[in-house]
Design a protein around this ligand. Structure first.
Ligand SMILES: [Zn+2]
Length: 388
């Protein structure tokens, strides 16, 4: 090898290394960035999914379960955010409950980062922001923006075809990392199958009455602004949907959970446990394909000129104008619909009632903003601040 060739190779390798470090370092920082949640006065215990399925202990996929138990015994509800970590409205709604809710009767189980690995993942190739920040009375609170699926760093390689367990339906290979396709999970399966298996164990061991899975969807997708429920949950879902529409004035409709589409929380939780499942969708313009750049601003205010022109041509499934679809509307909807499902269930089943105080509803969140409900970790007692 001539000296010139050797020099060329060394320089090329160095340039490659510089690109590798420059590109990889922000992703490493994102993966290590801790999101802080301040436990409010209602939190009575902090568990992890591994308490219900020990095989998860010590893995990245293990995640916190906040327990809010009322003084009076009653029913039990599980609420999950970040099943899809690119739909963080669920995480924010659950975090508001952890920081503020007080349960008087019954028990709430709250999982803010259901697919924790997905919350450590991102979509750098699509120009996604790595973080988003929310204005609070005490400054900015920053969250990781995650991805729909678990990180390949935590579960890899993907199979050529994903065969759902135990229903044997063939699903896209990608969905083996999607915790809304791996229900009801598999004890000795891949990590995301174990995450949903652990959640099923929580529901079965604790005899949980209701499970609410918080999501968001494109404005161009018909399954948005809605509650998805199987037949067994439909009565409660119908009452909740009609009540929020008439009393709180935002759009909400019902979608029935298809029996033949397997792996989804609203299908498998109902089929494999006594729990009544519900999946909530709020419209997230940020998720739509024909938008401008995927910026933090678009995520926060949901304003986009391309969607606006599509709305004028009646191509969207939600009402849409210059005001976009801001975060406070999306989080407010999730909180109101979740509270209403719990309230309707409690009215029908008084012995298993769950009474929750101090959680804001739609109009309050729209008026005050999401950040209003978060507490300053710097001013909280150290053992009340959970970093995840
Ligand atoms: Zn989703």
């Amino acid at each position: 090898m001539s000296r010139t060739t050797a020099r060329f190779k060394i320089i090329t390798a160095l340039i490659f290394l510089i690109f590798l470090i420059a590109g990889g370092w922000p992703l490493k920082k994102h993966r290590d960035f801790p999101v802080e949640i301040v436990c409010g006065p209602g939190v009575t215990d902090i568990k992890k999914l591994s308490d219900f399925f020990p095989a998860l202990k010590g893995s990245v996929a293990d995640t916190y379960v906040f327990v809010l138990e009322g003084k009076e015994p009653g029913g039990k509800a599980l609420i999950m955010g970040n099943t899809h970590a690119n739909e963080p409205e669920g995480l924010l709604s659950v975090a508001i409950m952890i920081e503020n809710a007080v349960v008087e009767k019954g028990t709430l189980y709250l999982i803010p980062f259901f697919n924790r690995s997905a919350s450590l993942n991102t979509r750098p190739g699509e120009g996604y922001p790595l973080y988003f920040s929310i204005t609070t009375p005490w400054g900015k609170k920053t969250f990781r923006m995650g991805n729909r699926d678990a990180s390949p760093l935590d579960q890899w390689p993907d199979p050529d075809i994903y065969i759902h367990y135990p229903e044997k339906q063939m699903l896209s290979y990608l969905d083996i990392r999607n915790t809304n396709r791996t229900w009801p999970g598999r004890k000795n399966g891949l990590p995301m199958e174990q995450v949903t298996y652990a959640a099923m164990e929580l529901l079965r061991q604790e005899k949980v009455d209701l499970a609410i899975d918080l999501h968001g969807a494109e404005t161009m997708f018909p399954v948005t602004n809605c509650i998805v429920a199987p037949e067994k949950s439909m009565r409660i879902a119908t009452l909740a949907s009609l009540t929020v529409k008439s009393m709180e004035g935002f759009e909400n409709h019902l979608e029935s959970s298809p029996e033949k589409f397997r792996g989804l929380s609203h299908r498998e939780i109902g089929d494999y446990s006594e729990t009544l499942p519900f999946l909530l969708e709020a419209p997230i313009p940020f998720l739509d394909q024909p938008t401008g750049p995927k910026t933090e601003k678009l995520f926060l205010d949901g304003q986009d000129e391309f969607l606006l022109s599509l709305a004028k041509r009646k191509k969207l499934f939600v009402p849409y104008d210059e005001s976009g679809w801001p975060l406070e509307k999306r989080v407010g909807q999730h909180l109101s619909v979740s509270l209403e499902i719990i309230r309707q269930y409690s009215r029908k089943t008084p012995a298993r009632a769950i009474i929750i105080k101090n959680v804001p509803r739609y109009a309050e969140v729209v008026r005050n903003g999401v950040g209003y409900y978060f507490h300053n970790p710097a001013e909280a007692e150290m053992d009340k601040v959970i970093k995840h």
